[in-house]
Design a protein around this ligand. Structure first.
Ligand code: SF4
Length: 313
C-alpha cells in the first residue's frame, strides 16, 4: 500500500556525476535505508580524505578561525537563495522582518512533523511497548503542531507525521520478529550543538543525527546545490564540540505533488571542497556585515522571497 502512494529515490553524486537508484517501499526516515545509502560513499571518501586543517576541531587556527564571532545560523550561511546576500543584510543590519510565505510554513511544518514522530515513537520503543500499541497512543499527536498559520496544510502534516511513524514502527516490528531483540534507538532529533568557536550560533539545532554520526537534514521543495552547505556547517560544529569526524550527511527532500508525498534522499560526503565552500561563504558574510556593505538587489530574485516587497517596492 505504501508503495502506491510514495516513491523514494536515492541519488548519489560522485565527481559531478549523479546516479539514481530505483525506488522502494521506504518512507520518510528508514534507518536501514539511510545507512545502506551512506555506505555507497565509503569508497569515494577513502580515495579523497578530508584535509586535517578543515576538521572542526581546528577552529582556533586558519582557515577555520573566524574573523568575528557573529553567532551566524547555519541556515543563514547555507540558504543561498539570494545570490548577493542582501536578505541577510536586510535582516541583520536593517532589522527587516521577513514575510511569512507558504513555502516557509510548509517547510517548518514538515520538520516539526518528522521530529515529533521520531521523538514520540522512540519514547515508547525504549519502554518496550508493542509497535501497534505505540501507534494507537501517538497517532493523533500531529494535531498539536497546527497553528493558525499552518491550518491549511492539515493533510500534509498528518501524512508526513504518520508515514514517519509507520516507517519507524515497521522497522521495530521487523527486528522483534527476526531477532527477538531491539537495536537501541540511536537517532536524536533536534540535536543541539554549540557552533560559537566557528563564528556560528551557540545553539544550532540539527534535524537528526543518527548512528554512525550521519547528519540528516530535511528539505521541502526542489534540490539545490547549496543545500549541501547546511550539512557542512553542522559537521564542522559537531567536530569542534566532540572532536569526532562527521563525514557523511543525508539530504532528504519531501514534496507534495498533487496530494502525493514524494521523498528523495541525497547522500553527501562532506569533503574538503564542500568545507572550503562553507568557510568562504561564512567569511564573505562576516566581511559584508562588519563593513556594512549594502549588497545589490539580486539579478534573479525569486518571487516568493520573504524580502521581495522590500527590494521591489
Ligand atoms: S528580493 Fe531579491 S535581492 Fe531582495 S532579498 Fe530577495 S532575492 Fe535578495
Amino acid at each position: 500500500m505504501i508503495r502506491d502512494v510514495l516513491s523514494f529515490k536515492v541519488c548519489v553524486e560522485i565527481s559531478g556525476c549523479t546516479k539514481t537508484y530505483p525506488g522502494g517501499e521506504y518512507v520518510v526516515i528508514s534507518r536501514r535505508l539511510m545507512l545502506r545509502t551512506i555506505r555507497r560513499l565509503y569508497t569515494w571518501s577513502r580515495s579523497d580524505p578530508v584535509d586535517e586543517e578543515l576538521r572542526g576541531w581546528n577552529w582556533d587556527k586558519p582557515p577555520l578561525k573566524p574573523r568575528a564571532y557573529l553567532e551566524l545560523g547555519v541556515s543563514e550561511i547555507a540558504s543561498k537563495y539570494c545570490e548577493t546576500r542582501r536578505d541577510l543584510w536586510l535582516k541583520r543590519k536593517m532589522s527587516v522582518k521577513p514575510e511569512v510565505s507558504e513555502q516557509l510554513v510548509k517547510g517548518r511544518l514538515i520538520h516539526e512533523a518528522v521530529s515529533l514522530a521520531i521523538s514520540e515513537a522512540y519514547k515508547f520503543i525504549a519502554l518496550g511497548w508493542d509497535p501497534w500499541s505505540i501507534y494507537e497512543v501517538v497517532k493523533e499527536k500531529w494535531r498539536e503542531l497546527l497553528t493558525s498559520e499552518s491550518k491549511d496544510f492539515i493533510r500534509l502534516c498528518e501524512r508526513v507525521y504518520k508515514y514517519t511513524l509507520i516507517t519507524i514502527l515497521g522497522e521495530v516490528s521487523y527486528e522483534d520478529l527476526t531477532r527477538g531483540t531491539r537495536t537501541p534507538p540511536l537517532t536524536i532529533t533536534e540535536f543541539k550543538v554549540d557552533g560559537s568557536n566557528l563564528g556560528l550560533s551557540s545553539s544550532l539545532s540539527i534535524d537528526v543525527v543518527t548512528e554512525g554520526s550521519v547528519i540528516v537534514d530535511f528539505k521541502y521543495g526542489s534540490l539545490r546545490e547549496f543545500h549541501k552547505l547546511s550539512l557542512v556547517g553542522y559537521a564542522l560544529a559537531l567536530e569542534a564540540e566532540y572532536e569526532v569526524p562527521h563525514d557523511y550527511g543525508l539530504l532528504i527532500y519531501i514534496s507534495d505533488v498533487n496530494g502525493k508525498i514524494k521523498i528523495t534522499a541525497k547522500p553527501i560526503y562532506i569533503n574538503s571542497h564542500l568545507r572550503k565552500w562553507f568557510i568562504a561563504e561564512r567569511d564573505n558574510i562576516i566581511d559584508m556585515l562588519l563593513e556594512n556593505r549594502e549588497p545589490q538587489v539580486d539579478m534573479q530574485c525569486y518571487t516568493n522571497c520573504p524580502y521581495y516587497k522590500v527590494c521591489h517596492p
